[in-house]
Design a protein around this ligand. Structure first.
Ligand SMILES: Nc1ncnc2c1ncn2[C@@H]1O[C@H](COP(=O)(O)OP(=O)(O)OP(=O)(O)O)[C@@H](O)[C@H]1O
Length: 288
């Protein structure tokens, strides 16, 4: 079952357009939303959170239309963003008192539990929190109203490796509850190598793919070989290619075709998500 359905969504800014994007987010899994800087990840998340409205297309969350049923939908969403939406002059306790009444299911014991776990004091003022501490507070708030869907915009940006790993462990723990779903945008793809089940990739405002991580890594192949092997047709078989004095590396989205074209003359290796993102962004093309 899909918790989020996005159909033909278009959002235009003066210099950028999110163009006819469609995909679904499956319940019970972690989906990573990836794309290079300026690809449209935050714009997509803003549309999901009702912070921007699409010019075309439809968004439904838990089967309800967004933004028409925004209030009900948001009860079920925990939102974590790297932009702080808190009042800087308030303490954690005072800020919590502003946030908690918005949620019917706010659980004070759970909130205190997360503050202890994240080593945050209720008395600290928001303005005195580091970036990582703000992220922890934001996560504690998102988790304390027992939302079934966690939407996180670049949650690991600016975090040290220790807390990054702790955060990924917490997300892994949450997934033990099969009803929970996490959508997590990042350009640090190694975080997703660890925990994501599905990957949605946007590039220059277009959807490149939205698929299970296994299927993606089965389909794509990185071909490495001598540049003398390449002619124009073979170059065009790649989504993106990098040539150096010692040879070429090219990404193909069709493993069997690459094997047919290059046979044993080139080396085939499995790409990482970072390779897929790099070559696609460099090639500048979208592909199915
Ligand atoms: N309110 C706005 N008005 C005009 N342009 C905007 C607005 N919001 C975003 N953009 C533009 O839309 C493009 C996509 O931005 P977005 O923040 O969605 O990208 P992103 O994938 O989240 O990038 P990053 O990884 O750098 O955060 C950018 O070129 C940005 O300048």
């Amino acid at each position: 079952m899909n918790v989020i359905e996005i159909r033909g969504v278009t959002k235009k800014y003066s210099q950028f357009a999110l163009d006819q994007v469609s995909f679904g987010i499956k319940q019970g899994f972690i989906t990573g939303l990836i794309g290079p800087n300026g690809a449209g990840k935050s714009t997509l998340i803003k549309l999901l959170m009702g912070m921007a409205v699409p010019e075309q297309g439809e968004i439904s969350i838990f089967g309800k239309p967004m933004p028409q049923q925004e209030g009900q939908i948001k009860e079920q969403i925990g939102f974590v963003s790297d932009e702080s939406h808190f009042y800087e002059h308030l303490t954690i306790a005072a800020m919590k008192n502003v946030i908690a009444p918005f949620y019917k299911q706010w659980n004070e014991a759970l909130f205190k539990n997360y503050l202890d776990r994240f080593e945050l004091s209720q008395k600290t003022k928001i303005k005195n929190l580091s970036k990582g501490m703000k992220m922890k507070f934001s996560l504690a708030c998102a988790l304390s109203h027992q939302a079934d869907l966690l939407i996180m915009d670049e949650p690991t940006a600016g975090l040290d490796p220790v807390f990054r790993r702790e955060l990924l462990d917490i997300l892994g723990e949450l997934m033990l509850d099969e009803k929970k779903t996490i959508l997590f945008s990042t350009h640090i793809t190694t975080d997703l190598d660890r925990i994501a089940d599905f990957i949605t990739f946007v590039n220059r405002g277009k959807l490149v793919f939205s698929d299970s991580k296994e299927q993606i890594l089965d389909r794509y192949v990185l071909v490495k070989g001598d540049t003398a092997l390449l002619d124009r047709d073979l170059r065009n078989a790649f989504i993106g290619i990098r040539e150096t004095s010692i040879g070429f590396e090219g990404l193909s989205a069709n493993r069997s075709e690459a094997e047919r074209l290059f046979g044993s003359y080139a080396k085939m290796v499995s790409p990482t998500l970072e390779d897929i993102m790099y070559f696609t962004a460099k090639g500048g093309r979208t592909h199915a």
